[in-house]
Structure formats: structure tokens, C-alpha cells
Design a protein around this ligand. Structure first.
Ligand SMILES: Cc1cc2nc3c(=O)[nH]c(=O)nc-3n(C[C@H](O)[C@H](O)[C@H](O)COP(=O)(O)OP(=O)(O)OC[C@H]3O[C@@H](n4cnc5c(N)ncnc54)[C@H](O)[C@@H]3O)c2cc1C
Length: 442
């Protein structure tokens, strides 16, 4: 028996893994109620009020090597958890070993030697007493509902937005850019408090206010949002991983909620699947990728899922290579030397958010509370980068970069962080004469 690879979730991580595996000649089963009709999510929050393309379908089709199962996975049982008599039957001498079984909503089951969890996240849905129709914009159905509503409106809309993370700011700024009014209700006194460092979030706050977005700060009670004021209401207060019980258990950790924005008030935190630097869960034969995975070790371990497109895609590619390469990794070398250790996942994570005309990027490890930073601007002062270091020492390593409205310099940051050579030093970055872009091309 060869590998029986089952991927749960046909979003970016799952689709990428399936495509890469099939391109290498490996058959794979992809489970998703919407398999074949899934799409990229980032355009959804950016194009609700304009005529641009608001979703990008993945062009992946059922084929000889890719089997779509249009169903929902409801649980997983591991082979090692089955009664001993059954387990015996699962071992196939000299071949791949069955690791477990996926149970589907239909009652059908699928055995696997390898399973990739790629179930993404689902939006939190707070109640807004004055706005029973309030909805997040997390999937195509929601985006289409809003676009239809916008298309039918004869007057400019008055849009209310609850939450001031990336998605909330994208919706509000897109509304204003299209000639509507937008009011953002936020918990603290500034937007993007959990996403971006002080210089970047403050610059964006000023730009969004100047563009006409209204902010109601220190908002705590949704019952205070005046009913009847807004013609459309969008909620954006984070999301949580979609989990499937394995041997009856869901992931828990005492340390961190999975949601980078934290649970919405009154909601119990949920947790992603903890994975190591090879994206392996604690369960043999089960990996996790994309938004439902929390990387706990390696260069890019953080305390919540990365939850961004480039990481989901990179995870999918990595797992395809890793799973197909595992036989090489286990085979002793002809010269008798030990097999090589598999490389950990190490692509530089990055994220973009387009908020009306403003374009903000992060690359590598950046923190909203960072103190150990150096800021560099273009001569006009309108575009700038914030360089994050591992500590206060002069020799501390560069670990991440934020970039506002300067796409070529974001590309330079990604090149530098991903390069296999020494990073520029803090002294170099503090020197106005230092050419970071030229350095990135060395
Ligand atoms: C509105 C919006 C805007 C965004 N904008 C940006 C951006 O500007 N930049 C950026 O970097 N990132 C952005 N993101 C984040 C990015 O889209 C995600 O990080 C990425 O889609 C994660 O991919 P994924 O494959 O892990 O999950 P998803 O793409 O969410 O796919 C998960 C899939 O799993 C399926 N699934 C769930 N449960 C089950 C089950 N039990 N059985 C079978 N299938 C199941 C779902 O149907 C879904 O198709 C945005 C996200 C949203 C929602």
C-alpha cells in the first residue's frame, strides 16, 4: 500500500498541498463541502463597495490524482486508538502504515496514512442589538449579500463597523473611498492595536481619519450602538480555528488563545492545533497547515496562528515536499551515514492589508508592543519602514520589518529576512546613507 493522503479543507493551504502533491504524481483526497468551488478570501473585505473582482476562485479540479469529497469531516480516530485486534489488521508489513480514519458528515469513512488538517478559521459573530442583520465578511456568501445590498442602495450608505483589526479597517476605508460614510466602534483608543507597532498604526489612524472614517473609541457595550443610524453593519471581531476532534479531543493549551485579536467579549477562547517546526501535530500521521495551525517551535514560532495567505500557501507547499520526502529522510545513506534530518518549515511569513489607498505590510517577526525598532522614511516622509530587532543590544538581530505604502521596500525586506547571509546591523539601519534596497540585492 502506498501513501493514502487525506487533506481536510480546500482553502489555500489544502488546495496548495493537493496541487503540489498531484504535480509530483501522488494521489490525494481533498475533503471540503465546497471542494472545487473554493476561493481566495483577501479580496472579500477590500472590494465590497467597488466593481473590482471580489473573489478569486482556485482553479483546482477533480482529476485522476485529486479526488474531491464534498462533505464535512466531523471527527478523526487514530489507528493506535482502535482496539488491538483491529490495529493488527491496519499494519501492512513493508509498506505505509494506516494512521487513522476520517469520519464524514454522511457517515462514510476514509482511512489515511497521512492527514493534513487545513480547516482554516470561522468568524466570531457578536450580537448587535440594534442591528440583527449585522454580519462579518468572512466568506463569499456574506460578501455577496453585502455587495447586493450596496448595489440596490440609491443613496450613499452609512456603514457601521465593529472591530478595528485588519478586516474592519479594510471594510471601513473601502466604504469611505467609494463615497459612503463609515463609523468604526473599537474597544481601545486606537485601531490596529494588536496588529501593528505604534508608528505604523498611528500613521494609519491619522490617514483614515483624514479620509473621513469616524472612530468611536473605548466602545464596550454593543447595546450602546444607536439603532437606526447605520444602513449596513459589518462585524469584524476576530475569528477562531475550525477544529475536528481527534480521538474525541479538541486542542487546548493553557497559554494562548488562537485568535490574534483575542476572543470577543463574553466568548470562550478557542485554540488552534499546536504543531512543531515540521507542522506535525502531537498525533502520528496528522499535520496541520494554514489558519488552523499554531507553530510552537522553530524560527517563526509565535503565540497564535499566523493567519495570513503567504503562510497558508507556504505550509501547503512545505507539507507536500515534507510528506513525499519522508522516505528519503528515513533511509540510511549508502555510505552508512545517518539519514538527513528533514528541514523545518522556515519561509519568511509576511502579510499585507490594503486599507483604502493605504498599503501596509509586515514581514518576519514584528510586534505591536515593540520598543527595539529603527524607523526609516523616504525623503517625503510619507512612506516608511519600521525595523524590529530581537533585543535592545546593538548587535541584536533584525527579525522583522513593517512597511507602510512602500511596496518595493517590502520586497527588499522579504529578500533580506529570507537570505542566507548576515542581516544588516542596527548601526547600518540607523545610518541614513545606508541603502537597504541595494543591500537586499547583494
Ligand atoms: C475577508 C478576509 C480577508 C483577508 N485578507 C487577507 C490579506 O489581505 N492578507 C493576508 O495575508 N491574509 C488575508 N486573509 C487571511 C487569509 O485569507 C487566510 O490566512 C487563508 O485563507 C488561510 O487559508 P487556509 O487554507 O488555512 O483556510 P481557508 O482559506 O479558510 O480554508 C479552509 C477550508 O476548510 C474548509 N473546512 C472547514 N471545516 C471543514 C470540515 N470540518 N470538513 C471539511 N472542510 C472544512 C472550509 O470550507 C474552507 O474551504 C483574509 C481573510 C479573510 C476572511
Amino acid at each position: 500500500m502506498g501513501k493514502q493522503i487525506v487533506i481536510i479543507g480546500a482553502g489555500l493551504a489544502g488546495t496548495t498541498a493537493a496541487r503540489e502533491l498531484s504535480q509530483r504524481g501522488q494521489s490525494v483526497t481533498l475533503i471540503d463541502p465546497e471542494a472545487g468551488d473554493t476561493y481566495e478570501r483577501p479580496p472579500l473585505s477590500k472590494h465590497l463597495f467597488d466593481d473590482s473582482r471580489y473573489h478569486l476562485p482556485y482553479h483546482l479540479e477533480d482529476s485522476e490524482l485529486i479526488t474531491f469529497v464534498r462533505d464535512r469531516a466531523v471527527s478523526i480516530t487514530l489507528a493506535e486508538a482502535t482496539p488491538e485486534s483491529q490495529t493488527e489488521a491496519l499494519f501492512q508489513p513493508g509498506s505505509e502504515r494506516l494512521a487513522g480514519t476520517v469520519h464524514l458528515g454522511s457517515g462514510e469513512t476514509l482511512d489515511f496514512t497521512h492527514c493534513i488538517l487545513a480547516t482554516g478559521m470561522e468568524a466570531n459573530r457578536p450580537e448587535i442589538p440594534g442591528y440583527p442583520d449585522a454580519l462579518p465578511v468572512y466568506n463569499l456568501g456574506e460578501a455577496e449579500w453585502i455587495r447586493d445590498f450596496v448595489a440596490e442602495a440609491t443613496d450613499p450608505l452609512n456603514v457601521g463597523v465593529l472591530g478595528s483589526g485588519y478586516l474592519g479597517m479594510e471594510v471601513a476605508t473601502a466604504a469611505v473611498a467609494a463615497g459612503h460614510a463609515a463609523t468604526v466602534y473599537l474597544r481601545g483608543d486606537e485601531p490596529l492595536r494588536r496588529q501593528l507597532s505604534a508608528p505604523v498604526r498611528r500613521a494609519l489612524f491619522e490617514k483614515h481619519k483624514a479620509a473621513g472614517v469616524r472612530f468611536v473609541t473605548d466602545h464596550t457595550d454593543n447595546a450602546d450602538i444607536p439603532a437606526g443610524e447605520h444602513t449596513l453593519f459589518v462585524t469584524s471581531v476576530g475569528a477562531r480555528p475550525v477544529r475536528i476532534p481527534i480521538n474525541g479531543a479538541l486542542p487546548t493549551t493553557d497559554e494562548h488563545s488562537a485568535d490574534p485579536e483575542g476572543p470577543a467579549p463574553g466568548e470562550v477562547p478557542t485554540f488552534a492545533w499546536d504543531v512543531d517546526e515540521h507542522l506535525a501535530t502531537a498525533y502520528p500521521g496528522v499535520w496541520a497547515a494554514g489558519d488552523c495551525a499554531h507553530i510552537t517551535s522553530g524560527r517563526f514560532a509565535i503565540d497564535h496562528p499566523w493567519a495570513c495567505e503567504p503562510v497558508a500557501e507556504s505550509h501547503g507547499k512545505y507539507l507536500a515536499e515534507h510528506i513525499l520526502g519522508e522516505d528519503d529522510d528515513l533511509t540510511p545513506r549508502a555510505d552508512g551515514s545517518a539519514p538527513s534530518k528533514p528541514e523545518p518549515w522556515s519561509d519568511v511569513p509576511w502579510h499585507w492589508s490594503f486599507q483604502g489607498p493605504e498599503k501596509v505590510f509586515t514581514a518576519g517577526l514584528t510586534s505591536p508592543d515593540a520598543q527595539d525598532t529603527v524607523q526609516r522614511s523616504d525623503p517625503s516622509g510619507t512612506k516608511f519602514q519600521v525595523f524590529h530587532f530581537a533585543g535592545p543590544e546593538p548587535e541584536a538581530a533584525l527579525i522583522g520589518v513593517e512597511t507602510l505604502n512602500w511596496p518595493p521596500m517590502q520586497a527588499a525586506a522579504r529578500r533580506v529576512l529570507g537570505a542566507d547571509r548576515p542581516m544588516p546591523t542596527r548601526a547600518q539601519l540607523e545610518d541614513p546613507e545606508f541603502d537597504f534596497k541595494a543591500h537586499s540585492r547583494l
